[in-house]
Design a protein around this ligand. Structure first.
Ligand code: XMP
Length: 325
């Protein structure tokens, strides 16, 4: 039980005392944790904080523009927007193994982030949105040496070679507290309550080799799916977006035959995925209404030239995983 204004005042005082007049850098991913950490630190030290936002070419539609609008324009924060998509695509060319792709995306991120932060010569601190469950998880991973099915990595874990002191103001908070804090700090509720998005982004939602063309089609198809989920309302005023834990579109590098007007098409397939879960360790596929699925399918096929077939994933976890890779 906590009082938000008091909590913020206390956290702000603590950050000020820790950092003094030194400069801080933070890797902004657009996700909840790094966003809330950024907003809190900015409340404490203003322009002593510089955020670095790396566009890896694997983000959702308009995500870069939204991050800049929220943080730079509305919250007046210093944000460096790095378009590294060309670099990421180059390193991913010809690679189709999922774990290999994760490694490349993680490694590239560290490289780009380090290069950008090296330009900020004054920086003494590296801020991260580590939250309490991350602290627990990494402690238990060390003792249990857990068997990894997928090597999850987030923006965190930047190498010690950066010689920066770590600033982690969310270390004691649970996810729901982080969200509450984010709203209290003025972040848009839509951002704070967004479904989780994996660190490797669309890199693990494009099966096999990642290509810019696939990413562009997938982004547009996925934006339609999410928009339609958000546009529904049940009797309690909840949307299907609220009622699912994670929903997204997967690009299948498979072509199938279709008809359009009086012509034959031979185009790509996407799969919709929507799950309900408490802990993401097990999950059920969401029983989305048929008319909603139909509307999404029609819109994707009509509006995204290059996709002529939409399927719905009805696999539970286990035995399937939530992501396809
Ligand atoms: P799976 O697919 O293993 O996913 O059932 C469980 C949850 O983890 C997310 N996920 C990732 N998150 N880096 C991340 O930061 C990753 O490499 C990664 N792989 C999966 C997935 O989106 C789901 O929420």
């Amino acid at each position: 039980d906590w009082n938000m204004p008091d909590y913020i005042a206390e956290a702000v005082a603590k950050i000020k005392a820790q950092v003094g007049n030194e400069e801080v850098i933070l890797g902004l991913s657009g996700g909840v944790d790094s966003s809330v950490a950024a907003a809190l630190i900015h409340r404490a030290i203003g322009d002593q904080l510089t955020c670095v936002f790396v566009d890896n070419g694997l983000l959702r539609l308009n995500e870069g523009a939204q991050v800049m609008e929220t943080f730079a324009k509305n919250l007046h924060m210093k944000v460096i927007h790095v378009d590294a998509s060309g670099e990421f695509m180059k390193h991913l060319a010809g690679v189709s193994d999922p774990e290999q792709k994760r490694k490349i995306i993680g490694r590239e991120f560290v490289e780009v982030f380090q290069r950008e932060s090296a330009k900020l010569k004054q920086a003494k601190w590296l801020a991260q949105g580590t939250i309490y469950p991350d602290v627990i998880e990494s402690a238990s991973a060390k003792t249990k040496k857990a068997h990894t099915i997928k090597s999850h990595h987030n923006v965190g874990g930047l190498p010690e070679s950066m010689h920066l002191k770590l600033l982690e103001p969310l270390r004691e908070l649970f996810k729901d507290e982080v969200r509450e804090l984010g709203v209290a700090l003025g972040l848009p509720a839509d951002m704070v309550y967004r479904h989780p998005f994996p660190g490797p982004g669309l890199g693990v939602r494009i099966l096999g080799e990642v290509k810019r063309e696939y990413a562009e089609l997938l982004r547009r198809a996925d934006a339609i799916f999410i928009e339609e989920l958000r546009n529904t309302r049940d009797a309690d005023g909840k949307s299907w977006y609220d009622k699912t834990s994670q929903a997204f579109t997967v690009f299948l590098p498979v072509k199938s035959v279709g008809v359009m007007g009086d012509g034959r098409t031979y185009e790509w397939v996407v799969s919709l995925r929507a799950v309900q879960t408490q802990d993401f360790m097990t999950a059920h596929w969401a029983h989305l209404p048929y008319d909603l699925l139909g509307k999404v399918s029609n819109r994707i096929i009509n509006e995204v030239r290059g996709i002529n077939r939409v399927v719905y994933d009805i696999s539970g976890k286990p035995p399937a995983t939530i992501e396809w890779e």
